[in-house]
Each structure stands twice: as structure tokens, then as C-alpha cells.
Design a protein around this ligand. Structure first.
Ligand SMILES: [Zn+2]
Length: 420
């Protein structure tokens, strides 16, 4: 499995060099805290056995946790960052070079190349669309179709973002982090938060141990050890950096946000396609029917969306461009209302406790150990790729729609009536 690396040479080199710097800093801190402070000074000179043992235990607990979470983050960010498979058109245009995804060059007269640059796939049977309408809600464009990535030639599922850094779409992308060695996204965010937390605590232990030893040296009238002073500067620098990252990440965790969501989030408005009883029409919102239907001639995609009711309450007439499907086909269709959130409403916000559990897990052991992936990465929620029941309940109430998704029971009843 090739590592997913940055498309930029500078980032790739930073990613390779940073771990060497980190390893050097940790080796130096270990030498100062273990050898100089605990063994030589506290144990042999001052005979403060209790303090020395307590500091050593704290030091190695956070040392092991920090290294383990770093290794897990590094692995996830490089080998399993949650990249979305390429669409068929992009897959034929891209390939791996030195283990990285690159787009193959194409000439100006390359018809395939031009097709590759084109907008959304207009085929009503476009591969991947069923992943959206088989659920009850998804983020959509004004016309009710999902967002499209013209680089990956793929429909973008909820919270999928295209990263220019690695040239691929990524699930629940957060940021590209040269410190953590790659893409921090759905599969690595939990380990990243654990890593920054343990690094902050590790640096706090180093600061505490060296500051205590320095204070004792000054009390004894000895000249301060310069090794300790250097360790304080290094630990303060990395500690402050890690602490700020931890605070920001925990805030995102509790709000169910990412570095991508946070961009202009106060004004951000989401369009959501929300499944409603079949045939629902309203003057408040547009609707779209899935699966999209093929037309005999002209455009293959029927722009059902925004066929809003006329002021007199009548559905606008079809101008002959709507195919007449059989009643049985009708029953297989699903109607989605295109609803808009208010500015600043975060569709993914489930409340702090559920937001925390979605990423960190439900078991406290999962919170502290870098073993299991975030529950949200399982994509097991039948209603939407990521839970958004809170906003869906709000929107359904706001737009006067029945609470909850339409049951399949009503479809079965209609099917039975049709048969008889
Ligand atoms: Zn993409």
C-alpha cells in the first residue's frame, strides 16, 4: 500500500525531517530528566527517593503514551487517511508515481482530457449517486444533486473535502500536518488529539522536573545546570505549541467541527436533501426525485428541483420534458426536499457529549488509548453518512414536515394496493 504523501516537495521533506527533530528533542529531554535530574541529582545527591521515583513514573507513562499515539497518528495519516476512491474518469487519468497520486498530463486536443475537466456527471445513472439517495439525508447543491469534485470526478459525500496538498478527496478532512506526518482526517483525528494531549503532559512533566531541580540548586547556592535551562526552553516551546493544538482540537471535538468547517462558519449555510413522503411539494422548498430519470431526448437529467408550487398552490405544469414512468417505478422513487440551514448552524452538531463520543468512542479506555478508530469513521448510520439527527429534526419542524424519515411501511401499503 503506497503512502499518501503531499504533492508538494517542500511539504514532503518537512514531513520527513520533523520526526528527526522531535526524536532528538525527546532524547535530550530523557537524558536531562532521567539521568541528570532524577538519578544524579535527586537520588544520589539529595536522596529524595520519593520525588525521583514519582517523576520517573510520570515521565515514562507520558513518554510511552506520547510515542504510541504518535506512531498511530503517523501510520493513519500516511497509510489510511480516509481518501475517497477516484471516480472512473479520474482513475484513468491518475496513477502512482514514487508512491504518490499524480495526474497524468494530457494534451489540449485530448478529448478524454477535456471530459475529465468537465463538470458533474450528467448521467442519471452516474455511479455513486445511489450512495446518497439510499440514505435519508445528505448535503447537496441548489439542484438537489450532491456536490461534485472535478479533480477526483466523484460525487462528494457529506464532509468530504478535496485536499490540494495530497490531490485527493478525504473523509472529514481536518488539516495536513507536517508535525504529525500527514493528513489529519476522520481516521487519524482521534489519535492526533491524544498525541497533542500526551505531548502537552509530557512537556509539563519535563518542565516540572527541571524547574524543581533548578529551584533546589539555587536554594543550595549551587550554580544552575545549563543542561536544565536548555531543557526548560525546549519543553516550554513544544509544550505551549502542543497545548494550543490540544485546546483547539478539543474545542472542535466538542462542537463537531474541523479546520475545514470552521472557515467562515458564522455565515455558512448548508443545503440538505432530506427524504420526505413521496410526491411532497411545497412553496417553501424545492424537491428532487431519485433515482434521476432518463429522458428520450435532450438533457438526460430532469431538473425536478425548485419546481415550487405556484402562488395558487398548483404544481407548475411539466413542459413535456418529464418522462411518464410506470406506477411501479414511481413507488421505487424517493422524494427529497432541498432544505437550507440558517447561517452558522452546524449540521453535524449533536451536543457536546455525543460529539465527543462520535470521535473518541463510548468507552473511556478508547479515550486514552490509541487502539480503536472513531465510531464516526464506520459510516454505519443508516440515515446519513454522519449523524445529523438534531438538525434534521429542527429542519423538519421548521418546514412543517412530518417528524422522522418516511417509513417504508407506507410504500408497502401502496405496493399492495397496486398489485390488487
Ligand atoms: Zn477530490
Amino acid at each position: 500500500m503506497p503512502a499518501i504523501e503531499s504533492t508538494r516537495a517542500a511539504s514532503r521533506w518537512t514531513t520527513r525531517i520533523v520526526p528527526v527533530f522531535l526524536a532528538a528533542a525527546v532524547a535530550y529531554a530523557t537524558y536531562v530528566v532521567v539521568a541528570r535530574v532524577c538519578l544524579n541529582y535527586l537520588l544520589r545527591s539529595l536522596h529524595e527517593d520519593g520525588t525521583a521515583v514519582a517523576l520517573l513514573v510520570l515521565y515514562f507513562v507520558f513518554f510511552v503514551l506520547m510515542i504510541a499515539t504518535y506512531a498511530r497518528t503517523l501510520y493513519s495519516a500516511n497509510f489510511n487517511p480516509g481518501v475517497v476512491p477516484l471516480g472512473p474518469r479520474a482513475a484513468s487519468q491518475q496513477g502512482t508515481k514514487d508512491g504518490r497520486w499524480v495526474r497524468r498530463p494530457y494534451g489540449a486536443h485530448d478529448i478524454e482530457g477535456r471530459a475529465y475537466e468537465a463538470g458533474p456527471d450528467e448521467d442519471p445513472d452516474s455511479p455513486g449517486l445511489e450512495r446518497f439517495y439510499s440514505r435519508d439525508a445528505f448535503v447537496c447543491e441548489n439542484d438537489g444533486r450532491p456536490k461534485w469534485c472535478s479533480e477526483c470526478c466523484n460525487w462528494k459525500q457529506d464532509r468530504v473535502h478535496h485536499s490540494r496538498e495530497i490531490g485527493r478527496c478525504v473523509y472529514r478532512m481536518d488539516h495536513y500536518c507536517p508535525w504529525a506526518g500527514g493528513m489529519i482526517a476522520e481516521s487519524s483525528f482521534k489519535f492526533f488529539v491524544q498525541f497533542t494531549t500526551y505531548t502537552s503532559l509530557f512537556c509539563a512533566v519535563v518542565l516540572g522536573a527541571t524547574a524543581y531541580a533548578l529551584r533546589r540548586q539555587v536554594q543550595q547556592g549551587a550554580s544552575p545546570d545549563p543542561f536544565l535551562l536548555a531543557a526548560i526552553v525546549i519543553a516550554a516551546f513544544f509544550g505551549l505549541f502542543a497545548f494550543l493544538m490540544t485546546v483547539t482540537s478539543i474545542r472542535y471535538l466538542l462542537q463537531n467541527m474541523t479546520n475545514v468547517d470552521i472557515l467562515s462558519y458564522r455565515h455558512k449555510v448548508y443545503q440538505l436533501a432530506v427524504r420526505v413522503p413521496r410526491g411532497t411539494r411545497s412553496d417553501q422548498f424545492g424537491t428532487i426525485e431519485y433515482p434521476l430519470r432518463k429522458l428520450d431526448n435532450g438533457p438526460t437529467y430532469r431538473k425536478e428541483a425548485n419546481r415550487r408550487l405556484k402562488p395558487n398552490g398548483r404544481v407548475p405544469e411539466d413542459r413535456g420534458d418529464t418522462p411518464h414512468a410506470s406506477s411501479r417505478d414511481d413507488l421505487a422513487t424517493r422524494t427529497f426536499a432541498i432544505l437550507e440551514t440558517r447561517p452558522g448552524e452546524n449540521p453535524w452538531d449533536l451536543g457536546p457529549w455525543r460529539n465527543w463520543q462520535a470521535v473518541m468512542g463510548t468507552n473511556p479506555l478508547d479515550w486514552v488509548l490509541p487502539i480503536r478508530h472513531s465510531p464516526c469513521a464506520n459510516h454505519e448510520n443508516p440515515e446519513s453518512l454522519y449523524s445529523m439527527d438534531r438538525i434534521l429534526n429542527k429542519l423538519r419542524a421548521r418546514y412543517g414536515l412530518p417528524a422522522g424519515p418516511p417509513s417504508d411501511e407506507s410504500t408497502l401499503v401502496e405496493m399492495r394496493n397496486l398489485r390488487s
